[in-house]
Design a protein around this ligand. Structure first.
Ligand code: ADP
Ligand code: MG
Length: 426
């Protein structure tokens, strides 16, 4: 009955001594709520995995969030906020504002960012009796950035701690994940020179710290460190050098099981501005195409790597930024032609492999399935040793993007939950 006011806790079960606690809430137009459990059936998710729909998944707090706080009410979720540098895997969500065009078309904002670490999606649904209701989906992450957050805000809580790790000789990777148009490139590249993205903000800090003699964390940055930049893309499983007229590149493992990209151009840069010039040059070379969903969609992964080397040309730190291809491409079946379908399959495979590799990094598994895609193969050294990873899942607030927004949030939730040490949930 849509007029009955009920909120039902749907599930509490123990897994590896941690507690998973999820809750589904339906809100009807008159403001009343009722617990709901969809009819059991197997549905296929964006990333190719399947789940039964009678598993309550709509409003939940992942097991890492609740941990041993068994029985805490969902209305006051435990804060999970940690600095990205303090843990090996950090998963954040960034919601962009409605664009001017979306506002003019009257699109509704259905995403609410709460408390800096949770996000709620209000999905409009219709029951079998044609009653309209709103299904709320709540997710918790390490950080959630609302539409008012600037690139600097995002940078300080995502890439900045990783830069400290890199300056201390480590390796780190920052991914921008999400649907085309959700704000990945805005986050990574920004609109230079007025609004800088993570690339430029990271470069600024690297150069500032290299030029100063200050102590950095527990160790001192070596005095003679040089910065090299490479920028390439992966399109349909092939590598193209964005700094060398899209020259085709080949990745191979050497005798020490280190993946080398033969012929990749590395440009030595000495200032933030020269680094930005290099990036803007490379960005102009990126592959774009026409899909059934968006007039211009990004179908390639762009990898920017900032490598630090000492005077003996030994690697002393490496930061990788990955502007991933549009995640909606992984499951889009309305592609106009065979090539687009192939692109979609390739993107699907690489995003699945990425999730698995991040999981194995966090669980410190001896085997990393990095060979499953070109993306994970070239990022092999990001998934081993003391590497750190941050994923920024970008979402659009528009009601028209609800399906993709939920897919993005579920993917990010699995990356985070897989990182919680409790194994697979589904
Ligand atoms: P993607 O790279 O994911 O396809 P873009 O970064 O190109 O998406 O963003 C799509 C549009 O939304 C661009 O016009 C961009 O300027 C705008 N946009 C994205 N994120 C934000 C934000 N946080 N604030 C303001 N505008 C944004
Ligand atoms: Mg983009």
């Amino acid at each position: 009955c849509p007029h009955k006011q009920t909120v039902r806790r749907t599930t509490m079960h123990r897994s590896n001594s941690k507690v998973t606690h999820r809750q589904s809430v339906c809100i009807y137009k008159d403001g009343t709520t009722i617990g709901s459990r969809p009819r059991p059936e197997v549905c296929r998710e964006e990333d190719g995995t399947s789940r039964r729909t009678d598993e309550p998944t709509y409003m939940y707090t992942s097991r890492r969030t609740l941990g041993c706080n068994y029985g805490l009410p969902l209305s006051s979720p435990v804060s999970t906020r940690k600095e990205a540098g303090g843990q090996r895997i950090s998963v954040c969500v960034r919601k962009r504002p409605l664009t001017y065009a979306e506002n003019r078309r009257g699109e509704a904002d259905v995403v609410t960012a709460h408390d800096g670490d949770s996000v709620v999606v209000h999905e409009s649904k219709e029951a079998v009796d044609l009653t309209q209701y709103i299904l709320q989906h709540r997710f918790n992450y390490d950080e959630v950035f609302g539409e008012e957050s600037s690139n600097v805000d995002v940078y300080l809580k995502t890439a900045f701690p990783l830069i400290q790790h890199v300056l201390n000789g480590g390796k780190a990777t920052c991914f921008a994940y999400g649907q085309t148009g959700a704000g990945k490139t805005h986050t990574m590249l920004g609109c230079p020179p007025q609004r800088q993205g993570l690339y430029a903000l990271a470069a600024r800090d690297i150069f500032t710290q290299l030029h100063s003699t200050q102590d950095c964390g527990n160790s001192t940055v070596p005095s003679h460190v040089y910065v090299y930049v490479s920028f390439f893309e992966i399109y349909c499983g092939q590598l193209y050098d964005l700094l060398d007229c899209r020259k085709r590149l080949f990745a191979r493992e050497d005798g020490h099981q280190v993946v080398q990209i033969a012929g990749l151009r590395e440009v030595k840069v000495e200032s933030v501005n020269s680094l930005l010039e290099v990036i803007l040059w490379g960005t102009g070379e990126r592959t774009q195409g026409v899909s059934g969903v968006n007039p211009v969609s990004s179908r390639s992964h762009a990898l920017l790597q900032i490598q630090l080397r000492d005077s003996g040309n030994r690697a002393t730190g490496k930061m990788s930024f990955v502007d991933l291809a549009g995640s909606e491409r992984a499951a889009d079946s309305r592609d106009p032609d065979r090539l687009s379908r192939m692109e979609g399959a390739e993107i699907n495979q690489s995003l699945l492999a990425l999730k698995e590799c991040i999981r194995s990094l966090d669980q410190e598994q001896s085997h990393t399935p990095f060979r499953q895609s070109k993306l994970t193969q070239v990022l092999k050294d990001s998934f081993v040793g003391d590497s750190k990873t941050c994923m920024i899942a970008n979402v659009s607030p528009s009601h028209l993007a609800t399906k993709h927004t939920l897919n993005t949030l579920r993917y990010a939730d699995r990356v985070k939950e897989l990182g919680g040490g409790g194994g697979r949930r589904r």
